[in-house]
Write a protein that binds this ligand. Sequence first.
Ligand SMILES: [Zn+2]
Ligand SMILES: [Zn+2]
Length: 241
Amino acid sequence: MKEKIYTIPVNEAFDAGGECPFCNMYRRLETESVEYMLGPAYMEDDIRMDTNKKGFCPHHYSEMYKQQNRLGLALMLHTHMQTVGKELASLISERKPAKKSLFAKHGRENDPIAAYLDTVGSTCYICDRIAHTFERYIDTFFYMWAKMPEIKDKVKSSNGFCLKHFSMLITEGEKKLSSAEYEDLMNIILPLEQENIKRITDEVEHFTDKFDYRHKDEPWGNSRDSVERGILKTASEFVGD
Ligand SMILES: [Zn+2]
Ligand SMILES: [Zn+2]
């Protein structure tokens, strides 16, 4: 079973704690991918052909910008921009004058220049690279759910999931598990998630209360980093680290 090779990262992501084990898995892949891009990858011809074509999403440009390899980033950016420039030049040279009635009927999506810009603006080499492995991790989680009872204990003692990955568990679980296994999953994660949304909501509330002079001497409890954790819970984004 090829899923078995991925049980270690799945277990480690649950053991790391936090507001969402799947975000932990994603974050680790992302960190590895950003380091890989600016390390051995950007001088590889086949990889560069792909990065030239796709470029990167805003989030991954930002992540690469934080790394200490501005030359590597500049080299990839340069040849990607060259590719965009060439592609645009060819689309512009082939452009036919718009026929008003046709344009109104079919809308902007039929304009090849706009279509290319939409595509190149939404593709990311790093997102694609992560997606493949992340899907295997998700398959592994469901494989473990069906075959390895320890994972159920890890889920039960977790802090639940971010909203995006909570939704993913509901929709993918239905496709990938038997009815009994799926109901077992739902019976565990639905109350777990409700409890944990309540917990983090209360922690953020306590954070806001600390700004009120009447509460200023109360202990912080778990609230000090509750804004960062609340953002991860609702928007799957690691901020402040
Ligand atoms: Zn998540
Ligand atoms: Zn990306």
